[in-house]
Design a protein around this ligand. Structure first.
Ligand code: KG4
Ligand code: ZN
Length: 342
């Protein structure tokens, strides 16, 4: 048969990612990041990220082509993250993608970053079932999705009403005096803490909002509870046990995420949960999802760590699915959408 090679470009945030997928197989995935620049600011600076993408785009593209052993002439389509994300960052990727599609005379597919976080799982674990639940958790999003076709039939069942899971981790990291981004540090510290020592509140667990927010999350109250707890210790002159706080906080978030995602699987009659996004690197989330999934007879798929954070392979994987689905390509005048809906 005819072979299809898709190059994917990801620049929604601070990672410049280029992935190349041929017939569902990953040939190359190269990422450059400007994250090292943000520790001293305590967060991403959009202008620095945009400039870094501009600097890194062509070298990253060249490295990926070289690694895959393909030339520009071997490409059949270009896929690019069109949103959601930072406007300047997205614009660099979309401009590069349009230029390539125009120069090579091949189709362009502008795709959704959040769906890409799920699509990447096909590269390691093979085709998706007919219908599954996706849990996408990162610094920017926490959503439960019902996926009937990764190439274009995805509905959002619920999401966060305030902070995303990774964002809550980064904010609590700041409270605990940890470097930015705090997520991986809290993960590491929580492994040595007692997760039952402090019980922090689970958001939207019950009460009058129970039915309406069946698949929604709220993590800002939890963050406030951690802040109050630390203040209380300091007022009483008691020692702050950072590992126990990290473990109790991690438990509150991962308990809610896994419980609501698996509930969605049961409600929708899906036997598979796919987890993706930067926060799915969290070791307790991976452990709890696997354990609870096994208890309830649900197959839990989580990509390898390096495919959880932003990368080009996820966009190439999604672009490949869209290209072979026969859907119409994007026009060459597409813009970016910082709040792109699914
Ligand atoms: O998907 P991603 O790379 O970028 C966004 O699209 O947001 O996710 C980055 C987020 C950050 O908030 C980071 O702190 C969090 O994922 N993160 C973690 C871990 N590794 C990354 N949070 C908790 N535990 C981890 N091991
Ligand atoms: Zn992401």
């Amino acid at each position: 048969g005819v072979s299809t090679t898709v190059l994917g470009i990801e620049t929604s945030c601070d990672e410049t990612g280029i992935g190349i997928v041929r017939d569902g197989e990953l040939l190359a995935d190269v990422t450059a990041t400007s994250m090292d620049e943000y520790a001293r600011y305590g967060g991403i600076i959009p202008e620095i990220a945009s400039r870094a993408h501009l600097q890194q785009m062509v070298p990253t593209l060249k490295a990926a082509l070289e690694k895959a052993g393909v030339g520009l002439g071997d490409l059949d389509a270009i896929a690019v993250t069109a949103g959601p994300g930072l406007i300047g960052s997205l614009t660099v990727g979309v401009s590069a993608a349009k230029s390539l599609a125009l120069a090579l005379g091949i189709p362009l597919y502008g795709v959704n970053h959040i769906i890409g976080h799920l699509a990447v799982d096909q590269l390691a674990s093979g085709p998706f079932p007919e219908s599954f639940i996706g849990l996408v958790v990162s610094g920017g999003h926490s959503s439960i999705l019902h996926v009937r076709d990764i190439a274009g039939d995805v509905t959002e069942l619920g999401g966060t009403l305030d902070d995303a899971a990774g964002e809550a981790f980064d904010k609590v990291g700041r409270l605990l005096g940890l470097p930015y981004p705090g997520g991986p540090h809290i993960d590491r510290l929580s492994r040595t803490g007692n997760r039952d020592a402090i019980r922090f509140p689970r958001g939207l667990e019950g009460g009058k909002n129970k039915a309406r927010h069946r698949y929604d999350f709220s993590f800002s109250g939890l963050k406030t509870a951690v802040a109050r707890y630390i203040e209380g210790l300091e007022e009483r002159g008691e020692e702050v046990n950072v590992p126990d706080i990290a473990a109790g906080f991690t438990e509150a978030i991962t308990d809610t995420l896994t419980d609501k995602a698996l509930r969605a699987c049961e409600d929708k009659g899906c036997d598979t949960l796919v987890v993706g996004g930067g926060f799915s690197a969290n070791s307790r989330l991976r452990e709890l999802a696997a354990q609870r999934g096994a208890e309830r007879g649900i197959n839990v798929r989580i990509p390898a760590l390096r495919y959880c954070t932003d990368n080009g392979a996820m966009i190439a994987a999604l672009g490949y699915s869209v290209a072979v689905s026969g859907r119409a390509p994007s026009a060459l005048d597409i813009t970016v959408d910082t709040n792109m809906p699914l």
